[in-house]
Every structure is written in C-alpha cells, then in structure tokens.
Design a protein around this ligand. Structure first.
Ligand SMILES: Cc1cc2nc3c(=O)[nH]c(=O)nc-3n(C[C@H](O)[C@H](O)[C@H](O)COP(=O)(O)OP(=O)(O)OC[C@H]3O[C@@H](n4cnc5c(N)ncnc54)[C@H](O)[C@@H]3O)c2cc1C
Length: 301
C-alpha cells in the first residue's frame, strides 16, 4: 500500500511525487502514455525560472529522473476508476489495481479536436496534434498549422526549420499568443498566415492532401494543400473516470487552496483542475502545495 497514488506523470504529478518522497512518503505514479505530459511535446520551454531555454522533452526527462532516483514507483498504466474500502483507496487501471492511503489526480489535458469528419481516421495519416513528435516526417514538405495561440505559434516556428513552407490558418482575425512569439513567427520567411478561416473538410483519401476552408468574412472557399496538417486549438480535460469523487466545472476538478477535492484523501493538481493559468510553473506549484498538505494529513492520522 502506497502513501499516495498519483494518476498522471506530467509536471504536476511528478512534482507532487518529488515533494512527497522528500517528506518520506511512498509514491506510485501512474502514466498512461509517456512521462512528462504535455510539455514533453513542446519544442522549447522558455518561461521556467532559471532555465533560459530547454526542450520540453529534456525538461521532462530531467524531472522524471529526479523523481525515480528518489524512489518513486512508476507504472505505464491508465487510471480508469477510483474505489474506496474503509480508509483505503483502490485505483483501478487497464492492468490491475493499486492501493493507496491518498490519491492525487494529475491528469492534465488532451488535445482538442477540430471535430470534422474523418479527423480520427486521418490522424497519423497527415493529421497530427504534436509538431515535436511528428514534424520530422514532413521534412522539405508543405505543412499547414491550424491554431492561433502560443502552442500553435511555437509549432509553426519549429516546423519552419524543417518543412519547406508552413501555412498558418486561424479562425479569428488575430493571434492570441505572446507578442514575442508572434514577432518571431512573422520574421520567418517560409511562414505564411491567413486569418478568418473556418475549417470545413479534410481533403485526400487515405492520406491528407489539404484542407478546405471558408473565409468567415467573404464566405469564399479557400483550399490549402499540405502533406501534413497540425492542429493546435487548445486542450480539454479528461476527468470523467473520477467524476463520482470530485466536483467538476466544465470538466475541470474543483479544489480548495490546498488542492483538496470534495472527497477527503483525494487531491487534484495541475491543468486538470479549475484554475486561471495553465503553465508548467503553476502545475509544479500545485504539486508542491498538494504534497505538503498530504504529508501533513498522513502525519496527523
Ligand atoms: C505544445 C505545448 C507547449 C507548451 N509550452 C509551454 C511553455 O512554454 N511554458 C509553460 O509553462 N507551459 C507550456 N505548456 C503548458 C504545459 O505543458 C502544461 O501547463 C503542463 O504540462 C501541465 O502539467 P500537468 O502535469 O498538469 O498536465 P499534463 O502535462 O497534461 O500531464 C498529465 C499527464 O497525465 C497523463 N494522464 C492523463 N489521464 C491519465 C489517466 N487516466 N491515467 C494515467 N495517466 C493519465 C497524461 O498522459 C499526461 O502525461 C505547453 C503545452 C503544450 C501542449
């Protein structure tokens, strides 16, 4: 039986584990894909204090090593349900079941889909949600980037280094990213951008060949041919498996200032909870706060 089971191995979950281990508690981290969470898919992290710039993958693997070196157990398993027997929580996974005195939900967010027909079918056949993971497949090809905020702009900049041309299509008449990123993107000659484009249809049979848009101002059709279509239009929470134990607001978990949910012994940290700013620094901060509250709770028992 673990002192705490952390569901999700992103920055929030791993930092919770880090602080719990340093407080002498035993921890199991469950991760359904790969450790590191969303930031592992970012080309560059440039706003974490004291680190000028680091790839998201390097940041994630440093944090993962730090936590496992301290003695965290780690399993590549998908947390599918929480049950409780007496004082013991049982976290059910796609592989089995683990027992803990407390549970921390650190499930972050997933990519938002455009919602067009055949999106699922063409994912992996030209459609991607991760430029870091799939950008290299489109070396010297033309790629399309749908999105208008920080992640989209970071992806466009990163893709411009390997692809022949990057076309950015946004739904509204402006970008919603940091000024520094927008300026950097606009200075890159092989990036072109168009505003006011609503995606209508993926073109191509087994492999994407382009996207058909409608101009929301003129209602004219515009087709942008591409070999790869990257979609970066935000994230959605994935907390359904735990909804019987926590209050949700638009899918995000409601907590107090100590990251406690409505169920004593269940905490939530990072992007999966209701909060204003979803960043690595706020995710890691949540993890530290939750771990100290959990250690105090366990010590008081
Ligand atoms: C491309 C990109 C670039 C970004 N750039 C920056 C940046 O420059 N600076 C910055 O501060 N922030 C950036 N962010 C945001 C930052 O990555 C997030 O705020 C941060 O990762 C949130 O951490 P988290 O641990 O709460 O969630 P996540 O990082 O989403 O991690 C959650 C983890 O939980 C796992 N998981 C989910 N459900 C389950 C389950 N049921 N069972 C087991 N595991 C599960 C997921 O696989 C994932 O690994 C970026 C995000 C993206 C996508």
């Amino acid at each position: 039986m673990y002192d705490s089971i952390v569901i999700g191995g992103g920055p929030a979950g791993l930092t919770t584990a880090l602080y719990l281990l340093r407080a002498g508690k035993s921890v199991l981290v469950l991760e359904k894909e790969a450790p590191g969470g969303q930031i592992a898919k970012s080309p560059r992290l440039e706003n974490f204090p004291s680190i000028k710039a680091i790839s998201g993958m390097d940041f994630s693997s440093e944090l993962f090593d730090q936590v496992t070196d301290l003695g965290a157990d780690f399993e590549l398993e998908n947390g599918v349900a929480i049950e409780k027997e007496g004082d013991v929580f049982k976290v059910k996974t796609d592989w089995g079941e683990h027992e803990g005195k407390t549970v921390v939900i650190a499930t972050g967010c997933e990519h938002r889909r455009l919602g067009l027909p055949r999106e699922e079918e063409l994912t992996g056949h030209g459609i991607s949600y991760c430029a870091v993971c799939d950008g290299a497949f489109y070396k010297d090809e033309d790629v399309l980037l749908i999105g208008d905020a920080n992640t989209a702009i970071q992806y466009a900049i990163s893709l411009s280094q390997t692809s022949r041309k990057v076309t950015v299509a946004t739904l509204f008449d402006r970008f919603f990213a940091d000024d520094i990123l927008i300026k950097r993107m606009k200075s890159i000659p092989n990036i072109e951008y168009f505003h006011n484009l609503e995606s209508k249809e993926f073109l191509g049979k087994d492999q994407i060949e382009g996207v058909r848009f409608e101009d929301t101002k003129t209602h004219e059709e515009k087709i942008i041919p591409c070999k790869g279509c990257f979609i970066a239009i935000g994230q959605v929470p994935c907390n359904e498996p735990f909804q019987d134990w926590v209050d949700l607001d638009k899918g995000f978990i409601v907590t107090d200032d100590s990251m406690r949910t409505k169920t004593p012994g269940i905490y939530a940290v990072g992007d999966c909870r209701v909060k204003k700013i979803r960043q690595v620094i706020t995710a890691t901060s949540d993890g530290a706060i939750a771990a100290i509250a959990i250690a105090n709770e366990l010590n008081a028992r």
